[in-house]
Design a protein around this ligand. Sequence first.
Ligand code: EPS
Length: 391
Amino acid sequence: MAALRLTTAGESHGPGLTCIVEGLPAGLVLDRDTLNRDLARRQLGHGRGGRMKIERDQVEVTGGVRHGRTLGSPVALQVRNRDYANWDERMNPWPVETAVPEVHLPRPGHADLVGTQKYRLTDVRNVLERASARETAARVAGGAVARAFLSALGVQVVSHVVQIGSVRARIDRVLTPEDFAHVDESAVRSLDPDAEAAMVEEINRLRKANESLGGAFEVLAFGLVPGLGSYVSWQDRLDGRLGQAILSIQAIKGVALGDAVEVAGVPGSQAHDEIFWDSARGFYRQTNRAGGLEGGMTTGEPLVVRAWMKPLPTLTKPLRSVDIETHEPAEALRERTDSTTVPAAGVVGEAMVAFVIADAYREKFGGDHIDDVRESLEAYERRIGWRRVGA
Ligand code: EPS
């Protein structure tokens, strides 16, 4: 079982979302504003729909924290759905007087159809409410707690958008944590101002054409100690764990670690990162094609994870589908939706990466109090003679 566990509950238009994070040490300082900042960052990005004007996501802590410090018990986080006020009858946990019509028109690309088959349901709403990416608000709340733990250990997790629709960002430099200081001020969370303008234009153009857009984002983690994860068993490999976590984000269809796609096409001598040593830093590399992972373990170089997202399947110009009750051809469900959520997905990617790394730190360094964790980490860093760059 994972050393750290994150469970979410809640439907898109139900009363709210819950996240429980189990396995944190006691004594970790949590800051309410920092948790809320991540929730607000997930609401950002040009191309969101009407729902984001309703929601003002805020976290309420109902367990595991006292006076701003974790107790070592499960941390329970709640995020209310303000939109529930408009869905009280349709989404009430208890029977209501009024007859609520069922939804019978599954959207191609969504969980709608197979969800009804699998769970023996006749109402597509019973599937789509949970399949919705609204659930990621709860993951981000939990991820923010994982991030606080990592930050106490000198680790920073950031992200940026590298593609929206057909527009790709061009970044020709090696990125450092400082590069991300203003990324949230970009309308699409991009580090390339030229691409940003073109992405906004592309979103506007396709939105007018009733289309949705996919894209890609990159998550980086700085300050990771070498040796998180392991090569000894497939379940322990950090590359596999990151892949699973990223691919579990709604609408994500692809993931790559480091220069995965590029190195597949070059000779071996150009595919790897040569090893160097100096007394100040210990072992290090001058390149980072591996994206900070070798043999399923962190190398001490920045972790680089890229993810590709498909265009959202809720379309204002619906695709062909079939009525699941009558079996007649029909247009798929038309719902309020976003044109693109790639900028928000990057923030969700940060949360998932933060969780996986935090889990790996819990596994390797144990400790029931955050100071125990720190001492154990410092002893290991001394043993391998490793120093965080810039530390
Ligand atoms: C979503 C559809 C939209 C999004 C929602 C995810 O919601 P609605 O159907 O209420 O307009 O806004 O995302 C969120 C609410 C959120 O917080 O990200 C979907 O179908 O996945």
